[in-house]
Structure formats: structure tokens, C-alpha cells
Design a protein around this ligand. Structure first.
Ligand SMILES: [Zn+2]
Length: 210
């Protein structure tokens, strides 16, 4: 899957100004790779360590945050994914999306530092509301591993300051859980290879018709 991203911080800010929720999406380019900010280096180092750890030791689901037994496994969509162990009926709360809570400004700064370092894509920033972003890369429940699909079996609901994934339909055992990331239409285009007959071709939302 290609790197996703915003062309600039201002684009991110613009993209983040709406009220409809979605994962912010990360960005990663080769530009400004030489920027030697130690704090950024430390942050990216931590992210890389976490990712490296996840590649060798299979990441797991925090059972306290999940309402159904779930497991992490190799995904046909992208790297690791989350799979149902047992049947999940329609309309059920499946898992909470947890992580470090950041202000929009802090999230933008985190993305910028990551971008300057040419770091890995950050698609773990999930906007809770206009002011708060949850970074699933830090203290995440495992929900941050759920991959994007244009015809997902999960939907997002925000309830009293928490983000939950609910089942859109009945989910069979061993089926991969998916959610629509809804990257902003004005953000850099991120090609989608979810394989769904309803795939819109990009993880970005389509532009609204006027
Ligand atoms: Zn798709």
C-alpha cells in the first residue's frame, strides 16, 4: 500500500476542520529528511521500535477493550489485521479505539515531525472531535490495526468521549474486521486495494457534489 499523506500541515489542518469523523491519515515523504530534531528522532525511534516489535512479536488485542474474542493475523489487505474468532451479530459494540489523547495541534506536530523524518505512515490518528485526536500507536487497544475497506463490516460511533467500532452486519468467524478510514477528499490521494466490489479506488472520501 502506498504512503498516504497530506501535502502540507495547512492541508492537514484544513482537512481536519470538519465535524465528520475519520482517521486523519499520515504523511511520509523524503523531504526534510535531514532535519535533525532530536525530539522528533526520539519519537520516531519509539514508533519504529513499536512497529518493529509488532512485526516480530505478533501484536495483540487488549481484551478489556473488546466485547468479542478477536485475534491479530496476517491480512490480505495490508500487513496485520484483526479477525473475528466467533460470530459477531449485527449492531454490536466490538471494540473501543483507545490511545493517547492529543489536541489537534499536538497531532499535527506529531505528523509534521514524522513527516520531516521520512518516518512511517501514521494512520493511527483518529479524530474524536474538533479538538481531540486519539493516537492508537500509543496505548492502543489493537483496534488501530483494523484495516480500511470501502465496504467495511464495522462502523464508528463516538459515545461520551470514546470511540467505538460497531458491527454493520453479521461477521463470520475468521473474517477480517474492516472500517472505512474516510481520509479527507482534499488530502493526498491514497490508493485503496481493499478488493471489495464496491472499492472506490482511494481511501479518500469522494468530493461532495455541489
Ligand atoms: Zn477500497
Amino acid at each position: 500500500m502506498p504512503l498516504r499523506g497530506f501535502r502540507s500541515v495547512s492541508a492537514l489542518a484544513a482537512a481536519s476542520g470538519g465535524t465528520r469523523g475519520h482517521i486523519l491519515g499520515g504523511f511520509s515523504t523524503q523531504t526534510a529528511r535531514a532535519a535533525g530534531d532530536q525530539a522528533a528522532a526520539l519519537l520516531i525511534s519509539c514508533i519504529w521500535t513499536k512497529m518493529a516489535t509488532r512485526q516480530t512479536d505478533l501484536p495483540s488485542i487488549d481484551p478489556h477493550c473488546a466485547e468479542f474474542p478477536l485475534r491479530v493475523g496476517r491480512s490480505r489487505i495490508h500487513r496485520f489485521g484483526v479477525f473475528a474468532v466467533k460470530t459477531i451479530p449485527r449492531g454490536q459494540k466490538v471494540i473501543e479505539y483507545t490511545g493517547e489523547r492529543l489536541t489537534l495541534k499536538q497531532a499535527q506536530a506529531r505528523q509534521t515531525k514524522n513527516w520531516k523524518r521520512g518516518g512511517p505512515r501514521m494512520d493511527t490518528l483518529f479524530r474524536l472531535n474538533k479538538k481531540c485526536v486519539v493516537d492508537g500507536a500509543v496505548g492502543g487497544s489493537g483496534a488501530e490495526l483494523i484495516n480500511h475497506c470501502c465496504d467495511p463490516n464495522l462502523k464508528t460511533r463516538r459515545i461520551r468521549g470514546h470511540i467505538f467500532y460497531f458491527s454493520r452486519r453479521r461477521i463470520r468467524p475468521r473474517e477480517e474486521l474492516t472500517v472505512d478510514y474516510r481520509f479527507p477528499s482534499q488530502a493526498e490521494r491514497a490508493l485503496c486495494r481493499c478488493g471489495s466490489p464496491k472499492c472506490r479506488g482511494t481511501i479518500n472520501r469522494k468530493r461532495a457534489r455541489r
